[in-house]
Design a protein around this ligand. Structure first.
Ligand code: IMP
Length: 437
């Protein structure tokens, strides 16, 4: 086992829900610091404590390892009420974070009128539906960019808070028109925010300096990505994306650390593809096979409970994500879900209306609609992969499928997950993960 593991980013390579939580949970035991750097409570990472599962939306997944220091960077948008509830639930199960938590004073606060605006936009005829999680994520980021946001540091000066909240609040009222009558008053919002913030005030501080010092001292840092590259505001399937940079760039803006502080990038993908919400998904299967993947993989949202759209592994999107993030190795999850299928498909490219096949991703949503999946089929495997912990336990058909997958994304598999438990998985090839799991 290594003494100090490399500073590592764990990033999603599809449309989220790849199983990043399992890997962060497995690896964070080795790390002194675990950092969230973007997203908010649209994320849902399930971790298992004493046989009971707990869904974390905002608290970094290292919470269950008492030696991990937990940081929430400036790129995150935080729902204070949800964060506080998460801390309480963890405390009830014996995880006291009070001496190992720091929240960036530059992180933004999700406010009730952001949530109202998100839901208003998504409801009603004629509006562009993104299928958001309805948690106010988009409006909170918009307010940040429009310079009307409220930051955690502002909560430390309650006397000026009302004025800071007011600008964004008035703007949302204008947009909501008649429906603004259902919004709580400005005074009520400020009072709620102060009440939710109160127990969190001792944790607000300068995460950038903390991380910089940790890095200089040679402490290990694990960067926990939320959502995934295809949901990235720049590199995803715009406009059907979230409002943050969930790919590698967001790590640096969302922590204030320079690229040199990062050593390795572990990209996480499922052995098939899922997506929640609207937007292009060329690999989607609208048939019994798609339903079977959903049932076998229990593909229902952690945050919203929505059924996920399912399809075969989509090599073009995952290859794009590997390139965008400079992925050193894949964490390939949920191979066991494909156990028992007669044949297993791999989307190797997209065919356009003119019959041309490519593995390039279009920039515009309308162009995506013209594409059809080019699927290569492989024989399925009778012997289950579930619970495999050694390469030799994998059926040869599964190895053939995995080799083709690796070739299509031009990235080696570092870790292969064969079931939800911590013990179910194996190191597939020799990579930086050697000696860390
Ligand atoms: P928002 O992040 O709530 O604005 O939602 C924008 C899009 O991102 C929607 O399609 C959501 O379903 C999707 N999304 C946001 N967070 C996650 C996640 O953690 N997993 C999967 N999809 C997500």
């Amino acid at each position: 086992m290594r003494d100090v593991p490399p500073n590592l980013a764990i990033l999603g390579l599809q449309w989220g829900d790849e199983g990043k939580g399992k890997l962060v949970d497995l690896l964070s035991a080795r790390y002194q610091n675990v950092v969230r750097f973007q997203g908010g409570n649209n994320a849902g990472h399930t971790v298992v404590v004493n046989g009971q599962s707990i869904a974390l939306h905002q608290v970094p997944s290292g919470a269950l390892h008492p030696s991990c220091f937990l940081l929430v960077g400036s790129g995150v948008v935080l729902n204070l009420e949800v964060f506080r509830e998460e801390l309480n639930r963890l405390a009830e199960r014996g995880f006291d974070l009070s001496k190992r938590l720091l929240l960036s004073d530059k992180a933004h606060v999700i406010l009730p009128h952001h949530i109202a605006l998100d839901r208003w936009r998504e409801g009603g005829a004629g509006k562009v539906k993104i299928g958001t999680t309805g948690r106010g994520i988009g409006p909170a980021y918009e307010m940040k960019v429009a310079r009307m946001g409220v930051r955690l540091g502002d909560l430390l000066r309650p006397e000026t808070l009302k004025d800071i909240v007011r600008t964004g609040y008035e703007e949302v009222r204008l947009r909501l028109g008649d429906e603004a009558k259902d919004l709580p008053s400005l005074d009520a919002i400020v009072a709620d925010v102060l009440r939710w913030a109160d127990p969190l005030l001792p944790f607000i501080g300068d995460t950038q300096t903390y991380l910089m010092d940790a890095w200089k001292k040679g402490q290990s840092i694990l960067f926990e990505g939320a959502q995934a590259t295809l949901l990235d505001i720049d590199h995803g399937t715009y406009p059907f994306v979230t409002s943050s940079n969930c790919s590698l760039g967001g790590l640096f803006t969302g922590t204030g650390l320079p690229p040199k502080a990062l050593s390795k990038i572990l990209g996480v993908a499922k052995a098939y593809t899922t997506r929640v919400g609207e937007g292009p998904m060329v690999s989607e299967l609208h048939d019994a096979v798609g339903d079977r993947i959903r049932e076998a993989g229990r593909e229902f949202g952690t945050t919203t409970g929505r059924p996920r759209r399912c399809g075969w592994f989509d090599a073009p999107i995952t290859r794009h994500a590997c390139l965008t993030n400079g992925v050193d190795g894949l964490g390939l999850m949920k191979l066991d879900v494909l156990d028992g299928f007669e044949q297993v498909g791999l989307v190797t490219g997209y065919r356009d209306g003119e019959g041309r096949v490519s593995n390039k991703l279009p920039a515009c949503a309308a162009e995506w609609d013209t594409l059809k999946a080019e699927i290569k089929y492989f024989p399925g495997w009778e012997k289950p992969t579930r619970g495999a912990t050694r390469l030799e336990q994998l059926p040869k058909e599964a190895r053939v499928y995995l080799d083709a997958l690796v070739e299509s994304v031009e990235t080696p598999i570092a870790y292969l997950s064969t079931g939800p438990d911590r013990s179910e998985g194996l190191l597939y090839t020799t990579t930086f993960l050697e000696g860390m799991l």
